[in-house]
Design a protein around this ligand. Structure first.
Ligand SMILES: *Cc1c(COP(=O)(O)O)cnc(C)c1O
Length: 247
């Protein structure tokens, strides 16, 4: 067994997370059906993804277009994929083709590239605006006020559908520290809805370390990697996918 790999199997890990989602929803007076669980499969091989699909799981998140592209071919067609990592403009064409949603739109320039690629592909692309709530220099994402400023311009791009907001809280061993960040994102979503005059259904916030706080603050989508799959092992993930490509 590899270090970092859990002794508990995938079915148990999934079930435990689902139970914690239900408990957090109860605390917050919400229905568990309001919260979707995304399995963040970056750094994990197709075999682990297939195991989860066999358990009936549908939604997966990937951070890199190349890695995702390689792995998707080795996974059942029932899996649904969303892009959650920083998107470079030279990868936009592939991203538009491969993902059912791009959660990491962080500039007008990127949005315009997506618009252009979507137009060529005659597709509509669902997006979230990634917001850097805490203003960390190490992270991508819109400064909150800027997202609000550009909202109507983004909304006018005909091939883009804005579904909501996404954020990553600063890393901390104390989940409670993410609460202010999540609360601010929820508040920003309300301001965006006011400006648009329409509801934004998706609030993507909360990861392995802080998803319960995310749910308590209104998350409709949580993105869980490590708690489901164990520690990430990129080399193995890519090697396995590349190997089965050659077959
Ligand atoms: C990697 C990643 C996650 C999952 O993180 P874990 O701590 O492993 O659950 C969630 N969201 C984004 C944007 C990520 O890049």
């Amino acid at each position: 067994m590899n270090p970092g790999e859990s002794v508990v199997g995938m079915p148990d890990r999934l079930q435990k997370i689902q139970a914690r989602v239900v408990a957090a929803c109860e605390r917050a007076g919400r229905s568990a059906s309001e919260v979707s669980l995304m399995a963040v499969s970056k750094g994990h091989p197709p075999s682990a993804i297939r195991e989860l699909v066999d358990l009936g799981h549908v939604l997966f998140g990937e951070s890199k277009v190349q890695e995702a592209k390689l792995k998707m071919g080795q996974c059942p067609g029932s899996a649904q994929w969303q892009m959650i990592g920083h998107l470079q403009t030279n990868k936009v064409r592939d991203a538009v083709r491969l993902f059912s949603m791009i959660q990491s739109v962080d500039s007008l320039r990127l949005a315009e590239e997506i618009q252009s690629a979507a137009d060529k592909a005659s597709k509509t692309v669902r997006i979230l605006l990634e917001v850097n709530v805490a203003g960390e220099s190490s992270k991508f994402g819109y400064p909150p006020e800027r997202a609000l400023e550009e909202l109507m311009t983004l909304n006018a791009l005909p091939r883009l559908e804005i579904h909501g907001l996404m954020t990553i809280a600063p890393w901390s061993p104390t989940p409670e520290r993410a609460r202010t960040v999540f609360r601010k994102l929820a508040e920003l979503k309300r301001r965006c809805e006011d400006r648009l005059g329409a509801p934004l259904p998706v609030l993507s916030m909360g990861m392995s370390g802080d998803f319960e706080v995310g749910i308590e603050e209104g998350a409709t989508l949580i993105r869980v990697g490590t708690l489901l799959f164990g520690e990430r092992r990129y080399a193995k993930a890519t090697a396995e996918a590349a190997e089965s490509e050659e077959e």
